[in-house]
Design a protein around this ligand. Sequence first.
Ligand SMILES: Nc1nc2c(ncn2[C@@H]2O[C@H](COP(=O)(O)OP(=O)(O)OP(=O)(O)O)[C@@H](O)[C@H]2O)c(=O)[nH]1
Ligand SMILES: [Mg+2]
Length: 255
Amino acid sequence: MTDRLLLVIPCFRESERIRPFLAALHTELSGDEAVTVLVVEDGGGSEEQEKMRAIVEAFRPLWPGLRPLLALNENVGKGGAVYAGWNTHEDHQWLAFVDADGSCAAYEVRHLIALAKARPDTALFASRICMLGKHIRRDFHRHLIGRVYATLVSEALRIPVYDSQCGLKLLPTTAFEKIRPLAHVPGFAFDVELLCLLLDSGCPVHEVPIDWHETPGGKVRLVRDSVRMFRDVLAIRERRQSAEWKAVCNVTVPS
Ligand SMILES: Nc1nc2c(ncn2[C@@H]2O[C@H](COP(=O)(O)OP(=O)(O)OP(=O)(O)O)[C@@H](O)[C@H]2O)c(=O)[nH]1
Ligand SMILES: [Mg+2]
């Protein structure tokens, strides 16, 4: 195993937002040969995918670690796009994803990668914890719904997580390979399923406070997507008691 990492950027119609973030990631990561970056366009239509391909191709001559765009034919959701990207891993020791909008600062991606090298067997979930030394700028309503959601996740699944939804996460490839047969949720709640599967299969998960700022043009629709995400959490709670889940995870699941 090498110390290589595959970073996926899941995108749904992001051609208007991704360029400055790719530029910032280029500055932070292009000097690190161990980092492969893969932009996944999630069925946004042929015109959108051509625009995204042109943006990615413009960076590639300056950035050997940036792969050609992976364009999916159908819109499978954020989770589905992340998994489609991760499934292309080669000899990468870690898998990661970061949202396309640049809300998670590019230097935080670099910091997380550095942390992984110190704790190679731990999954690292970035977290929007408002604390001294960190800067979080977030819309009040989104913050409020986020807190309600985190409380539901903590209570329903008995996982004391502060922020399951932050758009920057990293995990060992071996941990992903173990849980991959059970990673089904394609939408925005995929992080919750991932968290549960990692913990239940014995992979430690640490939350890492990061700097984060709201970026205009967000695609999560507060009411529609929140209802779906709440439903997904309840479904995950049920699936967690199934024989299939317990067989893959092989450790005691809280009931
Ligand atoms: N693959 C895929 N990605 C999506 C979809 N919808 C949104 N995304 C991606 O998911 C990431 C997060 O979406 P955002 O639009 O930033 O969400 P937001 O409304 O800003 O919500 P927060 O960032 O959590 O505050 C971005 O990289 C999006 O491109 C989708 O249907 N499919
Ligand atoms: Mg966002």
